[in-house]
Design a binder for this molecule. Structure first.
Ligand SMILES: [Zn+2]
Length: 418
């Protein structure tokens, strides 16, 4: 993630600040703040339970069922799971527009990963405890105190546990939410909870494009067919060329070859090899440029490998070819500095004495932001680390700060009568 300067207190809008201060002083809101501390054992319990349910991309249904049950227990209405697996629950209100609070329910871990989740004091350990069990729990915590504290908010809230944020999921859950007329036409503000922490605001959507590249050739025996083109060598040549492609520091632009596969045995010329490439930038133009560099590198690598083999046999059996399949495309976007959502989160942070930095990242917020809607991604409180590793951890201490931040933001966006 790329960090920009800390939000300046001078950017806070006085009227929004006053409104947030009024909300924070309401007896119902203060009672809700108290419940965030009081109910922590329940939050940790939920976090352990949900982390023990595997949720690889395209395999989130157990978690979706679990979350729908929790939504019902907490008194949300119209609880349902849509055709791609997103879970919805509502708190009714008034007016045409809706404020959404969402957390992705998928993890990066394959279904076979042992989910050895353990709790030691205030700390939880295990894959997914922070990203995004912390987000799911924050969403449940807010739904829980809204149910018990009777705060008279105006706009309805929709709570969404969405699928498909990580990796191959390619934001499919959030994409589907914003393709569904009911939500596309009503969600005015999206608050997205991703991971732990209270010290960041993702308001700039990092774009990315991902490819699976498959090189195929005739294959053969390493001795008797020597000279036949080798798909692994094609990929190796292309990787070499791509790795030498200059990228600007600003706008920050990166590439990664994250997976490489191919071949069957040491004495066989492989019939195929594949790799997965991730291109990222805050500028769509730089992503386009890198994609062109990648395609040129592949063309040259194929030409170089096919050339010596051509005279030896029929071309049909002697050439290697590359197929480029796009497996991910996340649009870039940015929250306007004058947007209501940015004013609100700044005022909330000032009210809570919290310091946060604006970040640019690839999250579910990419979808609403790329459509010109107001969206931010923030953490679910507490602290965490080791995301996307088996050593992932989460510390519940100070979780209530993150929860207060989310609740105040939701209430300010919704409007609460005096
Ligand atoms: Zn996440």
């Amino acid at each position: 993630m790329e960090r920009s300067p800390t939000l300046a207190a001078s950017d806070v809008s006085p009227s929004v600040q006053q409104e947030v201060a009024r909300l924070a002083g309401m007896p119902e809101v203060r009672a809700a703040f108290g419940r965030f501390r009081f109910e922590e054992p329940q939050f940790a319990q939920w976090q352990v339970e949900v982390s023990r349910l595997s949720a690889p991309p395209f395999g989130e249904s157990n978690r979706a069922q679990w979350l729908a049950d929790r939504f019902r227990e907490l008194g949300l209405t119209d609880v349902h799971i849509d055709e791609v697996g997103n879970v919805f629950g509502l708190r009714p209100g008034y007016g045409r527009t809706v404020v959404s609070l969402s957390a992705h329910i998928d993890t990066v871990f394959p279904a076979t990963t042992p989910l050895n989740i353990r709790q030691q004091g205030t700390r939880l350990y295990g894959p997914g405890v922070s990203d995004n069990a912390a987000g799911i729990v924050a969403m449940l915590a807010v739904a829980s105190v809204l149910g018990s504290s009777r705060i008279p908010h105006a706009s309805p809230f929709v709570f969404i546990g969405n699928v498909g944020e990580e990796g191959e999921g390619d934001l499919r859950g959030m994409r589907h939410v914003f393709q569904t007329p009911r939500w596309r036409d009503s969600i005015a503000h999206s608050v997205i909870i991703d991971g732990a922490g209270s010290d960041t605001v993702v308001s700039e959507a990092l774009g990315s494009r991902r490819f699976e590249i498959i090189a195929r050739g005739p294959g053969g025996h390493s001795w008797s067919d020597f000279g036949a083109p080798n798909p692994i060598i094609v990929l190796a040549r292309a990787i070499q060329a791509l790795s030498e492609t200059p990228v600007p520091a600003s706008p920050k632009t990166t590439f990664n070859i994250g997976v490489i596969r191919g071949g069957t045995s040491v004495n066989s010329i492989p019939e195929s090899a594949s790799m997965r490439v991730d291109l990222r930038s805050t500028s769509m133009a730089e992503i386009d440029r890198l994609e062109r560099a990648l395609r040129i590198a592949l063309d040259h690598a194929v030409d170089a490998e096919n050339l010596p083999a051509a005279p030896r046999g029929t071309r049909k059996h002697q050439i290697v070819q590359c197929e480029v399949v796009e497996i991910g495309n996340r649009p870039a976007g940015e929250l306007a500095p004058a947007s209501r959502l940015l004013k609100v989160i700044r005022a909330v942070d000032a009210q809570l004495g919290n310091t946060a930095q604006v970040q640019r990242a690839s999250t579910d917020a990419n979808i609403p932001l790329s459509l010109g809607r107001e969206a931010i991604a923030i953490g679910g409180g507490g602290t965490g680390g080791g995301a996307h590793t088996l050593q992932e951890w989460f510390d519940c201490q100070g979780r209530d700060l993150g929860l207060k931040r989310i609740l105040l933001t939701m209430l300010a966006l919704s409007g609460v009568a005096e």
